[in-house]
Design a protein around this ligand. Structure first.
Ligand code: NDP
Ligand code: 2IT
Length: 444
């Protein structure tokens, strides 16, 4: 058994019942095997064992009262995974499925993603099993205030800087920031994704979706191709999906389908994004409404069918494991050329293998969706400098970062003899900097 296999086996034994964490660790560590073979000093320093163990996990009670006076209790989490290259950085997810396994998979991914951005940010993730759907603004506010009343003591602009993720957008960040400021009496960049009137950065809202498409365009450009004239399918209809759709359409692609957790809409003429934005961003409604408002479009209950729609480009932008082997095979049969992951770990391990064996250009989440956290780091820089950059400036930096990440992972894959395997390339390129810092810090 080699070093990587031994660490993986131990990890599964020590952390039973954490399937998402096992899945992410398997993908990452398998890709790192050529690195540990070249660097025997890592095994001596138990580097991988330390890398897969969070520095700290905080688990807390979040009590809150609904509009009818009923008391509810949710779980709150913050996984402070790795601070070797900078303060912990990563989003907060509010979704009923949230548990320790999901927090740890997201935190582990975040370490390497943040390293890939080239900016000084460590990896963390947090959230709650609270479901913001169909809650009033006041209920969401009371929940966020209660959540921050515990979280504030663990975070700080130089310690740990949370942001949004599923179920946490501008509204939630506003309530969380308001409570932090009230308790600490400090107006600092302790959260990113803040509103533009109180320290937020231009382009942060659009960043993950735009960044995803910038990387997809670069990958196609390197193959003498482009998004112009391509048909695209995008899953989800939240923050990442909406701005991926906006940029893909701006570059000449036709996005024909999107979904939410109830079902998908198929619009052969191309999704009218203004309608989606109104339904999702303004009304907080369901995607089903789209078919009622735009003539000639179809609505189908359930999510899986979206992957049977013929397309050149697939951008999964909703949640983990939304593309399994069956869906990957359906996409391949229909001629998909490029898959870029906007969501975190949206493709199962066997789905990834299928895409790669079929020669599909597969851009993994930790590289392809890094534009969000990269722009968060740009927000942090603006906060510490007490200044704002123009939209064009931030957008240009974002684009530059996405193109650099693409080439860094491409080069890392080539250097370690796995050319074209961007999954391994992203893991290797992200890991090298973290490994170097951890080695420099001694056994800590
Ligand atoms: P949002 O909450 O804005 O949107 C999430 C979308 O995904 C919604 O359409 C939601 O549908 C759908 N969805 C969520 N869970 C499920 C599920 N179990 N089954 C089917 N559909 C589901 O979140 P974001 O757009 O911010 O995040 C989407 C993905 O992108 C996540 O994987 C996140 O980790 C990742 N990501 C986000 C970044 C960011 O900056 N926001 C940065 C990098 C990655 P419904 O409303 O019905 O629940
Ligand atoms: O998964 C992610 O990278 C995010 N949810 C964004 C994290 C951040 O700190 O901006």
């Amino acid at each position: 058994m080699n070093y990587v296999e031994r660490v993986l086996e131990e990890l599964k034994r020590k952390n039973p019942n954490e399937p998402e964490f096992h899945q992410a660790a398997t993908e990452i560590l398998t890709g790192l095997a050529p690195v540990t073979a070249r660097h025997p000093e890592y095994e001596k320093a138990a580097l991988l064992e330390r890398f897969v163990e969070p520095e700290r996990v905080i688990l807390f009670r979040v009590p809150w009262t609904d509009d009818n006076g009923c008391v509810h209790v949710n779980k709150g989490y913050r996984v402070q995974f790795n601070s070797a290259i900078g303060p912990y950085k990563g989003g907060l997810r509010f979704h009923p499925s949230v548990n320790l396994s999901i927090m740890k998979f997201l935190g582990l991914e975040q370490i390497l993603k943040n390293s890939l951005t080239g900016l000084p940010i460590g990896g963390g993730k947090g959230g709650s099993d609270f479901d913001p759907k169909e809650k009033s603004d006041l209920e969401v506010m009371r929940f966020c205030q209660s959540f921050m009343t515990e979280l504030y003591r663990h975070i700080g602009q130089d310690t740990d800087v949370p942001a949004g993720d599923i179920g946490v957008g501008g509204r939630e960040i506003g309530y969380l920031f308001g409570q932090y400021k009230r308790i600490r009496d400090e107006h600092v960049g302790v959260l990113t994704g803040r509103g533009l009137s109180y320290g937020g950065s231009l382009v942060r809202t659009e960043a993950t979706g735009y960044g995803l498409v910038y990387m997809a365009e670069e990958a196609l450009a390197c193959r003498g191709d482009s998004l112009a004239g391509k048909t695209a399918v995008i899953s989800g209809s939240g923050n990442v999906a909406i701005y991926a759709c906006e940029k893909a359409a701006a570059l000449g692609a036709k996005v024909v389908a999107m979904y939410d957790s109830n079902g998908y809409v198929y619009d052969r003429e191309g999704i009218k994004l203004d309608v989606v934005k109104r339904i999702k961003e303004v009304e907080r409604g369901r995607i089903k409404e789209y078919a009622a408002r735009v003539k000639g479009t179809e609505y189908h209950e359930g999510c899986k069918g979206i992957w049977t729609i013929p397309c050149d480009v697939a951008l999964p932008c909703a949640t983990q494991n939304e593309i399994d082997l069956e869906s990957a095979n359906a996409l391949i049969r229909n001629g998909v050329k490029l898959v870029a992951e906007g969501a975190n770990m949206p493709t199962t391990l066997d789905g990834i293998k299928a895409f790669q064996s079929a020669g599909v250009v597969f851009l993994p989440a930790k590289a392809a969706n890094a534009g969000g956290v990269a722009t968060s780091a740009l927000e942090m820089a603006q906060s510490s400098g007490r200044m704002y950059w123009r939209f064009e400036e931030v957008d240009a930096k974002l684009k530059h970062i996405m193109v650099s990440i693409y080439h860094n992972m491409d080069n890392a894959a080539k250097e370690y003899g796995v050319a074209g395997d961007f999954v391994a390339g992203a893991n290797i390129a992200g890991f090298m900097k973290v490994a170097d810092a951890m080695m420099a810090h001694g056994i800590v």
